[in-house]
Design a protein around this ligand. Structure first.
Ligand SMILES: *Cc1c(COP(=O)(O)O)cnc(C)c1O
Length: 472
């Protein structure tokens, strides 16, 4: 037998058992955190991994029982730490992307967070406090939506994809839906118009071309199986140049002449005109209804700035059919989302949305204000004189809307650009990201960039503390 094979055998004999590992004080201290069963499974994985390393010659010769146990304990601790680090955690979004899909889309106002906490216990979800009898889920949100959009009826489901699925299934599942080829879009996170059509059972009839679709194209597609005309807001992309498509009003007279309903998937959709912020392409829901759309659906957590939800507004007869369909029961919104929506929509009703809804507030912050805050962070950092300082400077840049809205809208901002003579941008970015709370930045041209547009005012101090911590 060769020497290395010998040492592998002796190492294998010294390998701690799962039980030995579980009896260590370190393992015991993780027991309440990850639970008995999971701890045992992790201990088994760790000893298996050590055994494989020994067999593959990846461990040095003649290790003692103690040193192998110490290695096993370290591995177990790392595995347990990773285990408890998973899941949802608070992050500071310094990317400047307002509706950041990976970071939870719309952040909620303080008031909305309190409404969420209030609804977390028992609440009047389907209870009429005045009579003590059963109430209608979502009634308040629906009423607010009617007021804010002028619709006859409203319905709330889990997200906008669910809204589209519900509308297509109920109104057109047994027939055909006409849609322009220019609107067969994919929106981040796997929402693809043709796929939703397919799962609803409706047969998609594409008309026109990618850049130009005319009323005659819709006209030619009509037949006795046609059930619905659909308009999809292209959200995250724009076709420019030689383009044409009928207005919503034209499409609506066409559909109504043919005795068909018109459904607009507005995507983000907005309740108030955001043209002053460069978002003139976002359909204002009230205007879509006024132009003749029979049903309009939009997301709760994009530019509306609230909880994840799919909001459907429109004619009473169509919304009524959606409400009665069994699929609605499967797709309806939960009490937490409804509580948040109530709060956000009340801000709109008071005319206070631009001040109170974080997404809109962030959109509206002038560059000068962001610059002052950024300068403030830099000044305090320099005044604190950390031992291994980063180089911080102001840099003009652009924020982004995100969330599949306003792809061409880039509000001007002032960034904090971070660099260091001996640390790469990737290193700096990862130490920010691995801080507590995580600070998520972006990298461009070899510099780490922080955009305070998407950072709460009271988080500027937290950013300063994180920058000082990684400069030790
Ligand atoms: C974002 C979007 C959706 C999907 O909305 P979710 O709320 O994410 O389900 C559907 N349609 C359009 C046009 C969108 O922009």
């Amino acid at each position: 037998m060769s020497n290395s094979a010998n040492s592998a055998v002796s190492n294998l004999r010294a390998l701690p058992s799962v039980d030995q590992l579980l009896r260590t004080s370190e393992a015991q201290s993780w027991r309440s955190n990850v639970g008995e069963q999971r701890l045992t499974a992790i201990a088994r994985l760790v000893t298996d991994e050590l055994r494989t390393e020994i067999q593959d010659g990846r461990q040095s010769n003649g290790l003692s029982r103690e040193s192998l146990l110490a290695q096993a304990v370290r591995k177990l601790q790392t595995a347990c730490e990773m285990e408890s680090a998973g899941g949802l955690k608070q992050v500071i979004n310094a990317t400047g992307v307002i509706i950041h899909t990976n970071l939870g889309r719309a952040p909620l106002s303080q008031g909305a967070r309190e409404a969420l906490a209030d609804a977390a216990g028992y609440c009047t979800l389907e209870y009429d406090q005045a009579t003590g009898e059963r109430g209608r889920r979502g009634a308040k949100v629906e009423d607010l939506l009617l007021e804010l959009t002028g619709a006859e009826e409203a319905l709330v489901v889990n997200n906008c994809a669910a809204a589209a699925l519900l509308v297509l299934t109920v109104l057109a599942g047994d027939g055909e839906t006409i849609v322009s080829r220019g609107e067969l879009v994919e929106i981040g996170g796997d929402f693809r118009v043709p796929d939703v059509m397919a799962s609803s059972g409706t047969r998609m009839v594409e008309v026109g071309t990618t850049n130009r679709t005319k009323l005659e194209d819709y006209q030619r597609a009509l037949n006795e199986k046609t059930r619905l005309v659909m308009r999809v807001h292209p959200s995250n992309y724009r076709i420019v140049g030689f383009t044409a498509s009928p207005s919503l009003a034209e499409l609506s007279s066409f559909a109504h002449d043919a005795g068909l309903p018109l459904y607009e998937d507005a995507g983000s959709g907005v309740l108030i005109d955001l043209g002053q912020f460069g978002l003139q392409d976002e359909p204002v829901i009230k205007e879509s209804l006024a132009s003749g759309a029979d049903l309009v659906s939009f997301s709760g957590d994009k530019l509306l700035g609230s909880a994840q939800a799919g909001l459907i507004v429109g004619k009473a007869s169509f919304v009524g059919r959606l409400r009665k369909h069994p699929l609605y029961r499967a797709l309806r919104a939960d009490k937490l989302a409804l509580a948040v929506l109530e709060h956000t929509l009340e801000s709109y009703r008071r005319g206070a949305a631009l001040q109170e809804v974080p997404v809109l507030r962030m959109l509206a912050i002038p560059q000068a204000e962001i610059k002052t805050r950024a300068q403030n962070v830099i000044d305090k950092y320099i005044a604190a004189a950390p031992p291994a300082p980063l180089e911080l400077r102001l840099k003009d840049g652009e924020s982004a809307i995100g969330g599949g809205a306003g792809p061409n809208t880039h509000p001007a901002t002032t960034l904090i650009a971070i660099s260091h003579p001996n640390r790469s941008a990737d290193e700096i970015e990862s130490s920010l990201r691995l801080s507590t709370p995580a600070l998520v930045a972006r990298i461009a041209e070899g510099e780490v960039l922080l955009d305070l547009r998407t950072v709460d005012l009271d988080q500027d101090e937290e950013i300063l503390a994180i920058l000082l911590t990684i400069s030790q």
